[in-house]
Write a protein that binds this ligand. Structure first.
Ligand code: SD4
Length: 295
């Protein structure tokens, strides 16, 4: 009988990557390799406006990307914030996870590391993304913009046949963000967390709010205490969303995915949320989640 494995990733756009990762995992690839391959598939696709190549730029017309990678066996983490001109931010993050020190680099320092280590460099601002930015500048002269306008980070979890887990995230962050703005995606415990003995979680939504609750760590902590991935997501997300609404006065979008070391998975969201999941018993499929009823 085949050993358990599984992979889950945020948003419909990740589906091709999930198919790829599930093929790899079925052939006994390592969790880290599956996560990197999954996310690279999303990063490479030029029509996804929120990840990698083709991602929409910041206010100044510059594409700045955030990404992270975590090895659930060693708990090693690597991350980049505001990195520019790098084709695959996830691969840079994964490479940084090999270092005990200097494993989270931002801005120029992150780009310098990528250059030095031979990562593929490219102008990330596609003509299409540039045109959309210019159009938005026009609109902005007439009306203010909401901070978050439907932006899809890829977050991906894998469990391999040896029981190892890994998680990764990659995003170009919020469209029209201020230069140097970093979201939750490269922040440990907020955008991502993985522990092979327990499980892993990843987030997408308004980074500034997800950080306030360290949502990914919160979910892993609850799985450690015995909750199923679905219960852990529900218990972490909905009370925190309610808390922010009550105490901060408003709340952004939150969507969280989780998988435990048995390959069981769960999601919780306060918006309509698509994701893709595959396990040893269930081929890759796109599913849709809705916010739980209030109260
Ligand atoms: C951020 N969490 O930079 C990211 C954006 C995102 O779906 O996830 N969009 O805040």
């Amino acid at each position: 009988r085949q050993m358990k494995w599984g992979t889950i990733a945020t948003w419909r756009m990740a589906h091709d990557g999930v198919v790829k990762a599930s093929d790899l995992l079925a052939q006994q690839a390592q969790a880290g390799d599956a996560v990197e391959a999954l996310i690279k598939t999303v990063e490479a696709y030029p029509y996804y406006k929120s990840v990698g190549y083709g991602g929409l730029p910041n206010e100044e017309g510059v594409v700045e990307m955030d990404a992270a990678f975590m090895d659930g066996d060693t708990l090693a983490q690597g991350a980049v914030g505001g990195i520019q001109n790098v084709k695959h931010a996830i691969s840079v993050a994964r490479a940084l996870a090999k270092y005990h020190y200097n494993s989270f680099r931002v801005g120029e320092g992150a780009t310098k590391f990528a250059l030095l280590h031979g990562f593929e460099m490219t102008n990330m601002l596609t003509p299409r993304a540039k045109a959309e930015w210019q159009k938005r500048l026009q609109v902005l002269r007439q009306q203010p913009m909401t901070a978050y306008d439907g932006h899809d980070t890829v977050g991906a979890i894998a469990l391999d046949q040896t029981g190892s887990m890994a998680v990764g995230t990659s995003t170009s962050g919020l469209f029209m963000k201020k230069a140097g703005r970093v979201g939750d995606s490269p922040l440990s415990g907020s955008g991502y967390y993985a522990d092979s003995e327990i499980g892993a979680a990843a987030a997408t939504g308004l980074g500034e709010d997800i950080m306030k609750g360290c949502m990914s760590y919160e979910i892993v902590r609850r799985m450690a205490a015995g909750a199923t991935p679905q219960a852990a997501c529900d218990q972490a997300v909905y009370p925190f969303v309610a808390k922010l609404k009550a105490r901060y006065g408003k709340v952004g979008e939150f969507s969280l995915i989780a998988m435990n070391h048995n390959g069981e998975w769960g999601v919780a969201t306060n918006v309509e949320f698509t994701f893709s999941v595959a396990t040893a018993d269930q081929p890759a499929q796109i599913l849709i989640a809705h916010p739980a009823a209030e109260g």
